[in-house]
Design a protein. Structure first.
Length: 259
């Protein structure tokens, strides 16, 4: 038991390190680790990871906020779609036996799809944005606003069930919708939106009983220094190598969950 408890902060450090290096949300990394390596029930893994993400994303939001790299208008549009859909999704989950077999199968299936989607985005992001620019181009402001709200709603459902989606998928969607916005403001806005999204989803999972607070504290102990070290090292490793390695890891994790 003591050795297992020690593995939690070590896993938190490893995931935090990768998040710091790649900027990809911890949900796509931490949730599969908790399920596959530690045998945590999928609902508990998702719920615990959501509060873990809320804590870590808050720190990132403060940094981006101080640096003035958050587009609050975009954050508001995303949140106006994601927060209500998060509440509705959690209400639907509360009607299930959250610790039961069906809930576990549902969460695992959605998580697998989200992992494959995140991996595809990491590998083909440049091709996706180039094709979108060629065939769709820049939309008018009103349509962009509506699609941003709709994208927030999709992320609300996806993140509430799987804890995955607010990172690579969210950033790619914003790159398509706001091609004139600097990338640093896209990333800052995505991180800022992840705070209310993961916080509301995490509290909802807490209410329906799918949070392990001891596990959460152990993960945070390791992840916070991991994010610091990873952020420091990020400029010293080629971006392409990082993205491809991470994408391969997500594909393997998604395959293991399906099998």
């Amino acid at each position: 038991m003591h050795s297992l408890n020690l593995l939690y902060p070590l896993s938190g450090f490893a995931v935090g390190f990768l998040v710091g290096m790649t900027g990809v949300g911890g949900g796509s990394l931490m949730t599969p680790v908790l399920i596959l390596l530690f045998g945590i029930h999928p609902a508990t893994a998702v719920g615990t990871d959501l509060l873990y993400a809320a804590a870590t994303k808050t720190g990132g939001t403060l940094v981006h906020g101080i640096g003035g790299t958050i587009e609050w208008r975009v954050v508001g549009r995303l949140a106006s779609g994601s927060v209500p859909m998060t509440a509705l999704t959690l209400f639907a989950l509360s009607r299930l036996d959250i610790s039961g077999h069906f809930a576990g199968e549902l969460i695992t299936a959605v998580l697998s799809v989200a992992l494959f989607g995140t991996a595809a985005v990491l590998i083909f992001r440049k091709h996706i944005t180039a094709a979108y620019a060629r065939w769709v181009g820049e939309l008018d402001p009103r349509r962009t606003a509506r699609l941003t709200v709709a994208m927030g709603a999709v992320l609300g459902v996806l993140v509430s069930i799987s804890s995955v989606g607010a990172g690579a998928i969210g950033v790619t969607a914003l790159l398509l919708l706001y091609p004139r916005l600097p990338t640093v403001r896209i990333v800052g806005s995505d991180i800022a939106h992840a705070v209310p999204l993961t916080l509301v989803a995490g509290i909802g999972h807490w209410i329906i009983g799918s949070i392990d607070l001891m596990l959460l504290s152990s993960l945070l102990v390791g992840s916070l220094p991991g994010i610091f070290v990873g952020s420091y090292m990020s400029a010293r490793v080629p971006d392409v190598a990082l993205r491809l390695t991470l994408a391969a890891t997500l594909i393997v994790a998604g395959s293991k969950l399906v099998i």
